[in-house]
Write a protein that binds this ligand. Structure first.
Ligand SMILES: [Zn+2]
Length: 265
């Protein structure tokens, strides 16, 4: 083998190794993002710090200590676009770790201390699903609620994988959901709860036939009282890209609304 041939051979081997390393890295990354769960010792939330950005220093959710909150009168009120439109909720789908409602174009928020308009892509729910501490993700001065709803908005109409690269790329509105008896209920959440049986396993989807608006789910919740902080996605890879708005007052529902969710997952 001539000197030139030897060098070519070395270069070819180097390129092969680089390629194999790249494949290996990709494989490790894919294993990592699927290696999380809520309920098993080996992959429960306490172990997530090894995944993506989950070990970072602006992680969500938080226990919001109300006595330590600083009032910011410059935040102002939100403008909600498309929240009253009953034709924009497309489908309800079981994603395995949550139940998500996909939204059509035309739902957005601005104001509320946001620098620009954010467009909604979907909303989903957290109800603990048998974790060691079932219920809402955020807490208020230690108090955990039975459920929590997250309406996910992105900047510049980007998809989630693009917007998560921006430290303020995602704006999530979080609403606690609480059970109350003997009140007049203004939320239409029971309409979604009644559909849960039809999406009882991961991957199942039911179209929503233009019957529900986001406003009808939120009911009479006061949308002028909220907590604001910069945090992260609450599932791996926990990207630190979220402007969180956690509303102080919960959506109130009768106990019958909560029951179908407990049976999920
Ligand atoms: Zn969420």
């Amino acid at each position: 083998m001539s000197q030139i041939e030897k060098e070519e051979e070395t270069q070819r081997k180097k390129a092969q190794i680089t390629h194999q390393i790249a494949l290996l890295r990709e494989a490790i990354k894919q294993v990592s993002v699927t290696e999380w769960c809520y309920n098993e010792k080996s992959c429960e939330p306490d172990t997530w710090s090894r995944l993506g950005f989950c070990g970072g220093n602006r992680q969500s959710p938080l226990d919001i200590n109300e006595s330590a909150v600083v009032r910011n009168s410059s935040l102002g009120s939100f403008q909600f676009t498309g929240y009253d439109n009953a034709t924009l909720l497309l489908s309800i789908k079981n994603l395995g770790h949550t139940v998500e409602v996909a939204l059509d174009d035309g739902v957005s928020i601005s104001g509320g201390g946001l620098n620009t308009e954010y467009s909604a892509i979907a909303f989903h729910f957290h109800w603990g699903n048998g974790t060691s501490s079932p219920g809402s993700e955020h807490r208020l001065s230690g108090k955990q609620f039975p459920m929590e709803m997250h309406i996910v908005h992105t900047i510049n109409k980007l998809n989630l994988s693009e917007s998560r690269k921006n430290s303020t790329g995602i704006a999530v509105l979080a609403f606690f959901i609480n059970v109350a008896e003997n009140t007049s209920f203004s939320s239409n959440l029971s309409t979604l709860s009644n559909l849960l049986q039809q999406v009882s396993t991961a991957g199942l989807l039911v179209p929503l036939n233009a019957t529900i608006s986001i406003n009808s789910l939120l009911g009479q919740v006061d949308r002028t009282s909220y907590y604001r902080y910069l945090g992260s996605l609450t599932t791996p890879t926990c990207d630190e890209a979220v402007i969180w708005t956690v509303f102080k007052n919960p959506i109130l529902v009768p106990a019958s609304v909560g029951a179908p969710w407990r049976l999920q997952m």
